[in-house]
Design a protein around this ligand. Structure first.
Ligand code: OAD
Length: 259
């Protein structure tokens, strides 16, 4: 795929870049997305039965075991070229924020440092009653295991439907979306709010919206640049083009006025 020259110019002038990622960025690591037909998690399972507090109260063993299955799958997954390209992109701009809806921790394993996890992290565990993080517990054979402090159930430290978003992370994400020169929306169907409101926030503040997704989304028509391709293909190409531009301009970090 050819990266549009105008996009490269915008990036060369950008002081601040914000990226929002969804499950599509981890698809090439073998981690299922949620809404892709046939292969998506919600095509095979029901979010109401697995990803809500009510579902957990109704059948804690089922929910715990489903997350254990996902945790194992994520632990065996490796960051793919999309994650690695985003870790490299972080070093290009004076201000860079990576907001992710993903709970797999693959951005951090790829080397990204400034990651805002909107939906938590499946590798962390917390007490269902107290909300405190729990790093170790006695294996009593209970499923789910019990909180060592209060005896309540343990659960994954992820945001379920009908649960509030983490306030600090949402605050950071909203600010990063409202103050950037270029906003990338990568590998997300942008249908789950409030994360799906972030591209609108960026557009309202005058940022250039870049979408990377093999399928159209509700934001494709509003994107300044809609790159219809896999993140693991497009992002490395984008970084190659940015590196070539930097070499040609002998620019160490991009600088210049807000477009
Ligand atoms: P979805 O499964 O809704 O959307 C995945 C998007 O990635 C789709 O638009 C695909 O077209 C696209 N895609 C697939 N393969 C890709 C690739 N190789 N490169 C780029 N894009 C690709 O996942 P999310 O948008 O992340 O929340 O879903 C948002 C939230 O809904 C999740 O965080 C989760 C889910 O329910 C909760 O469970 C609370």
């Amino acid at each position: 795929m050819t990266i549009p020259a105008e996009l490269l110019q915008r990036l060369a002038a950008a002081k601040s870049v914000t990226v929002l990622t969804g499950a599509g960025v981890s698809a090439e690591s073998g981690v299922p997305t949620f809404r892709d037909a046939q292969t998506g998690l919600w095509a095979k399972f029901s979010p109401e039965e697995l990803a809500t507090p009510r579902a957990f109260r109704r059948n804690p063993r089922l929910v715990w075991e489903w997350y254990e299955w996902r945790r194992k799958l994520v632990a065996e997954a490796r960051p793919n070229p999309a994650h690695l390209a985003l870790a490299e992109m972080e070093k290009f701009f004076p201000r860079f924020h990576l907001i992710t809806q993903n709970v797999d921790g693959l951005h951090q394993r790829a080397g990204s440092r400034r990651v805002i996890e909107l939906h938590g992290n499946i590798m962390r565990t917390k007490c269902f009653d107290e909300g405190t993080l729990v790093s170790s517990w006695e294996d009593t054979g209970d499923v789910p295991p019990k909180c060592p402090a209060c005896g309540g159930w343990l659960r994954p430290d992820v945001v379920w439907f009908e649960e509030p978003m983490p306030e600090a992370e949402m605050e950071q994400a909203a600010t990063a979306s409202a103050t950037c020169d270029v906003f990338f929306s990568i590998g997300t169907s942008t249908v789950v709010y409030p994360a799906a409101a972030l591209p609108s926030e960026a557009l309202r503040s005058g940022a250039a919206l870049v979408e990377i997704n093999p399928q159209p989304t509700p934001f494709t028509a509003q994107a300044h640049f809609a790159l219809a391709g896999a993140a693991g293909v497009v992002l490395p190409e984008l970084m190659m083009a940015l590196n070539a531009l930097r070499r040609s301009r002998r620019v160490t970090t991009f600088d210049g006025p807000r477009p």
